[in-house]
Each structure stands twice: as structure tokens, then as C-alpha cells.
Design a protein around this ligand. Sequence first.
Ligand SMILES: CSC[C@@H](O)[C@@H](O)C(=O)COP(=O)(O)O
Ligand SMILES: [Zn+2]
Length: 214
Amino acid sequence: MSFSHITLEEKQQAFAELREIKTLLASRNWFPGTSGNLSVRVGPFEREQFAFAVTASGKDKSVHTPSDYLLVDQNGKAIEATSLRPSAETLIHCEIYKATGAGAIFHVHTVFNNVISEFYAERGSVPIDGVELIKAFNIWDEEAQIEIPIVPNYAEIPRIAELVERSILPRIPGILIRKHGICAWGANAFEAKRHLEAFEFLFEYAYRLALLKK
Ligand SMILES: CSC[C@@H](O)[C@@H](O)C(=O)COP(=O)(O)O
Ligand SMILES: [Zn+2]
């Protein structure tokens, strides 16, 4: 399949967007030990064919190099000749794009998202009750109650990807992988960032509340 319609300008813009968000999230220490990955979609979206820019695998996300990003197709295969390997978790991004039509996906490992995913693992979701920041997900009901889904962290990424795709809830733009991290998405990088920040706030809130209630 050809992606010749993607211009150099579009590619550079996507890489610049990734670089900007990577710098900001790294300053919060949200990429410990080279963990985490980021992607933004490039060009038109059809479920069967689309492209996105994604972080290269195993890089230190707190530094910038000329080889931090590459373009891949809907199956996570590089669409240009490159020696870079896409993120090991690119398939998860592929499934989320296919399921949601999102424009950007950000994945981070934090202590709060790991602890809370373990605390609520048996329930299969993190309950959040009436916290104002739920509105960051465009959920405006008074005292809204939401459940943030949790999937197991398998060694095989395709198994996680399949489960993520099946576990996505229509109103919730994110999913926790147990003792691993969060994938948050949005229509664009601005929205995905807002959602990611809201999730992390809510995880810390749930963690601290559970401690206080003990
Ligand atoms: C180095 S621990 C984290 C990885 O195993 C993985 O979960 C991760 O988020 C980063 O993988 P990457 O291939 O760099 O995108
Ligand atoms: Zn990860």
C-alpha cells in the first residue's frame, strides 16, 4: 500500500508534535527507564488504511536525537526505509486507532497508575466517583461515576492489543494495563494530553483516598 500522499511537511509536523509532548512529559518523570511511547496520526483515516508517527523503541525519552520517531502503517510496519524499530507496543496503538479513530495516543508508566491498577485488578476497573476532573473526558453529568478499565499485562503484545481493543469503553479515552501503565488517547495531541493528565490526577486521588479510608 502506498502512503505517498503524506507530505514531508505533515511528517515533520507530526515529529515536532511528538517532540513537544515528549519534552513536557519527560520533565514530569513520566518515562522512567526508557518506558512509555507516543504516537500521532498523520494523513487521512480509514479503518483499513492509515499512518501514524510513533516513538522508536528503547530510546531514552528524556533526550532528543535525530532518530526518535518513524512513520508506520495501520499494522505497525514502517512505511519508509529506516533502521529504526517502532515502539514494541505499536500494535496496541494500531488497535486503539482502529477502534476509536483517535488522532493521538500517549502511553506512560507512573507509580500511581501502576499501584492503582494492582489495587483494583480483581474488579477489572478503577472506580471514580463524582470528581470534577471527570469533565476533562467531556462527561458533564453531576456527580458522574466512571470506571477506568484494566487489562492484564501479558508478555505477548498482540495479546494485550487484542484485549485492549475489546475492553475500550465508549466514554473513557484510556485504558490501564495492570502493573504496566496507561494508554490515553484523544482526537489530537491537545486532547490526548488533557485526558492523560486527568487520568493521572484521578489515579493519585483514588490512591490517596483508599489510603485515608484504611
Ligand atoms: C523499559 S520498560 C518499558 C517497556 O517494556 C515498554 O512497556 C514501554 O513502554 C516502552 O517500550 P518502547 O519499545 O520503548 O516503546
Ligand atoms: Zn509500556
